[in-house]
Design a protein around this ligand. Structure first.
Ligand SMILES: NC(=[NH2+])NCCC[C@H](N)C(=O)O
Length: 406
């Protein structure tokens, strides 16, 4: 089987990319928290324990776990790659003072490959930089700015910066400034890592392409159909570009379904309100009805053709997945209010590890009861700290390979 093989959301999970939350979480401060897309400050030690537990659950099911930080460090196989990595990182690091840039560059060059990658992820505080002192007006007046370059605390949501579809990858252009730099790690890995170098992975999107698109919006429904959210994070233009590359690029995909969802922080990506759990079973948050419109993008001749399909998702899924009936988990036996509370902590963000078997957070009691009632085998993850970053098991994983469904 090829290294990259994602032709569904539910085929038995064979290999996945995770990132163990690191010291970047210690660089979130109340002042910059909103810009970093966090609502609270997580407790790192506990977040790491919960995350290790997540990795263990996957490994016990026979899934190979790759860590983003290891892959990125292993991609640096010679000095010119190391230079390219550091240079690109510095160009994108938004450093105001040239001298700071120079000191950071020297510091990064002194690190081994693994520490280099971790440091890039973690961000650099001014007081950590050897020889740092304040000499310019910017440095003297910005008393409360602690960083030479800011951290990337959302990296543990590996779902978003890139997304494997079929035998290729969408290397995304992210919506927020804070997350846009994350895709550099993907770029280095897909170009230079010994595992990927030979593969010549087709790129269905590139990090500097047009408008934003994020992996949380990309749901691989089958080997012919991909659903993509038009959301806070993913623009309609981004979907059109991805659709063009997928449908004309020999991916084997025939239809991209575009689903409009509310543009809000709570609903940032399609996978916060809609996931696939089994061949005929999906979660779907009730509030999605307020904005849902479904469009099908297909190829006619050389042009992408767009059809409006209405807003009956059940009917659309039946038709495109060729199944007689579709069950939707909409809310637990609590009220809609409980569904809203649990959606905020990613109750709907299930990660299927094989058909009818999913990883979920422990805190979403009502949603989990409902999944259980539908016969889903649940692997329940402690979620006190991980959930503070506003992402669940699906967001925290990027499947690299799944067994094909028969
Ligand atoms: N696929 C997802 N739903 N990812 C959740 C990402 C959460 C992250 N704090 C962000 O706002 O980007």
């Amino acid at each position: 089987m090829p290294l990259v093989n994602i032709k569904s959301e539910i085929g038995k999970l064979q290999a996945v990319i995770l990132h163990r939350p690191g010291r970047e979480l210690l660089n979130i401060t109340p002042e910059i928290m909103a810009d970093l897309l966090f609502d609270e400050l997580p407790f790192l030690d506990e977040a790491q324990k919960e995350h290790d537990n997540f990795a263990e659950i996957l490994q016990k099911q026979g899934c190979k776990v790759y860590y983003l930080e290891d892959l990125a460090a292993e991609s640096i196989t010679d000095e010119s790659i190391r230079q390219e990595f550091i240079d690109t990182y510095l160009q994108e690091a938004d450093i105001a003072v040239p001298r700071e840039m120079h000191l950071l560059q020297q510091y990064l060059y002194s690190l081994n490959n693994y520490d280099l990658v971790l440091k890039m992820m973690e961000g650099m505080r001014k007081n950590e930089l050897p020889l740092y002192n304040k000499t310019t007006l910017v440095e003297m007046t910005e008393k409360r700015s602690f960083f030479v370059t800011e951290p990337m605390p959302n990296l543990y949501f590996t779902r978003d910066p890139f997304a494997f579809v079929g035998n290729g990858v969408s290397l995304n252009h992210m919506w927020s400034v804070t997350r846009r730099r994350e895709t550099l790690f993907g770029r280095m890995i897909f170009r230079y890592h010994p595992l990927f170098r030979q593969e010549n992975l087709p790129l269905w999107y590139d990090r500097h392409d047009g408008l934003s698109i994020e992996g949380g919006d990309i749901i691989v429904l089958s080997d012919k159909v991909v659903a993509v959210g038009v959301s806070q994070r993913t623009t309609a233009k981004g979907v059109m570009h991805l659709a063009h590359n997928l449908l004309t690029g020999g991916s084997g995909y025939e239809t991209v379904l575009a689903l409009t969802i509310p543009k809000s922080h709570a609903f940032m990506h399609l996978d916060t309100v809609f996931t696939m759990v089994d061949r005929d079973l999906f979660t779907l948050h009730p509030q999605v009805d307020e904005t849902l419109e479904i469009y099908a993008l297909t190829l006619r001749g050389k042009e992408i053709h767009t059809d409006f399909l209405g807003n009956d998702l059940q009917a659309v899924l039946k038709r495109y997945l060729h199944i007689p009936a579709v069950k939707l988990i909409r809310e637990g036996k609590g009220t809609v209010m409980d569904a809203i509370r649990e959606q905020w902590s990613d109750g709907y963000n299930t990660l299927a590890i094989s058909p009818g078997e999913a990883v979920v957070y422990d805190r979403n009691v009502y949603t989990n009861e409902e999944l259980d009632r539908y016969g889903v085998k649940l692997h329940v993850l402690r979620s006190g700290e991980l959930s503070r970053g506003r992402g669940g098991p699906r967001c925290m994983s990027m499947p690299l390979s799944r067994l094909d469904l028969n």
